[in-house]
Write a protein that binds this ligand. Structure first.
Ligand code: NDP
Length: 333
């Protein structure tokens, strides 16, 4: 296989696995970073043309020189999700991790990067932004600071939003100081859908955001979250397309990716219709949103990436539910 080589960070993660598969399908070669013994295990067991693995235990502190050898572009997806580590660790890992990979990329003479940010970088958590009737565009920025996140440590949204705002600010500051770097950032809503083809399937404690859908298909109810839903396959598609967009002024290649709005109540009603065999909690167990839904404006992304149509969130929920039902069978086996 002779395609250009991209480094995808955190390849055993939910989004990165699909991102890697999409780059492979587009003819790129992919080197995926993974932690601990997984790199060796995957190198021995996953035999896919153009796909290789490299061990990077901590994106924030490891020397990335070897991982970056021969790489055309860096696709930086890895980042801890809130709730898994302390506030300090989450913020440090997100910010210094981003800084570490930016510095290593420049040092290696690589000029192109696509970095996964989040809708959380667009909004102020104190506004309860998902239910405030606001339309967010790629020109919006969240305002949450490190100090606020530490004060609101028990609220994972504050910590997560702070990690994404501060990490993305660090990216664009770095890009200003290093004009040779050509960067795009991808800002997804809640990402749901099927898992990548070539990587170990998650256990029940590793479901990430698909854990919400697992809650639905297990008969549970869910907390309110902003109703922004995007299919993981569209998130992957955006990473690939963004790599080819010609240089633009700073912050112009911020791409919101979102299929649309869907509340858990609407999701359950749809699942009941198309997958009656899945036993969910009653639709009425899911309250209406506490305010008018905000929206993520994807026009800039659709135009710039020539994206075509987005997967309907209803179809995403069904694809995620189907993937999880199949996954449950593998656990049982
Ligand atoms: P996952 O938890 O599935 O994947 C995260 C990946 O990052 C894992 O592979 C994990 O490795 C790796 N990782 C975590 N910490 C480190 C570290 N310190 N050094 C190296 N690798 C590390 O998350 P998602 O795929 O859902 O999310 C990926 C990215 O997308 C994140 O940046 C997240 O903020 C962003 N995002 C996600 C959304 C969602 O709804 N899922 C929404 C918007 C943005 P390991 O497998 O070993 O644990």
């Amino acid at each position: 296989m002779s395609g250009k080589l991209v480094l995808v960070t955190g390849i055993t993660g939910f989004i990165a696995g699909q991102v890697a598969d999409r780059f492979l399908a587009a003819g790129y070669r992919v080197r995926g970073t993974t932690r601990g013994a997984k790199a060796k295990q995957l190198s021995e067991t996953v035999k896919v043309e153009g796909l290789e693995f490299v061990q990077v235990d901590d994106i924030a502190t490891d020397d990335l020189t070897e991982a970056l050898k021969g790489v055309y572009a860096v696709i930086h997806v890895a980042s801890p999700l809130p709730g898994r580590t302390s506030v300090d660790d989450t913020l440090n890992s997100a910010i210094s991790g981003t800084r570490n990979i930016l510095e290593a990329t420049v040092k290696a003479g690589i000029e192109k990067m696509v970095i996964t940010s989040s809708f959380g970088a667009l909004m102020d958590p104190s506004l309860r932004p998902g239910f405030a009737g606001i339309t967010f565009t790629h020109a919006d920025w969240g305002v949450v600071s490190r100090e606020e996140a530490e004060k609101q440590a028990e609220d994972p949204y504050y910590v997560y939003f702070a990690s994404k705002v501060l990490a993305e600010k660090a990216i664009w500051e770095f890009a200003k100081e290093h004009p040779q770097l050509d960067i795009a950032t991808i800002l997804p809503g809640f990402v749901l859908g099927p898992y990548g083809k070539h990587y170990p399937l998650p256990t029940a404690s590793q479901l990430g955001t698909n854990g919400f859908v697992y809650g639905l298909i297990s008969g549970g109810t869910l907390p309110f979250v902003p109703p922004f839903i995007v299919d993981v396959r569209d998130v992957a598609k955006a990473h690939v397309l963004a790599l080819d967009v010609p240089r633009k002024p700073l912050e112009q290649k911020r791409y919101i990716v979102n299929g649309g709005n869907l509340t858990w109540r609407e999701a359950v009603a749809h699942l009941n219709k198309v997958r009656p065999e899945i036993k969910t909690a009653a639709v009425d167990a899911f309250a209406e949103l506490p305010g008018p839904a905000s929206t993520l404006d994807t026009k800039h992304t659709t135009d710039d990436l020539n994206f075509g149509s987005w997967i309907d969130p209803k179809d995403t929920i069904v694809a995620a539910a189907d993937a999880l039902v199949a996954l449950q069978k593998t656990w049982a086996a």
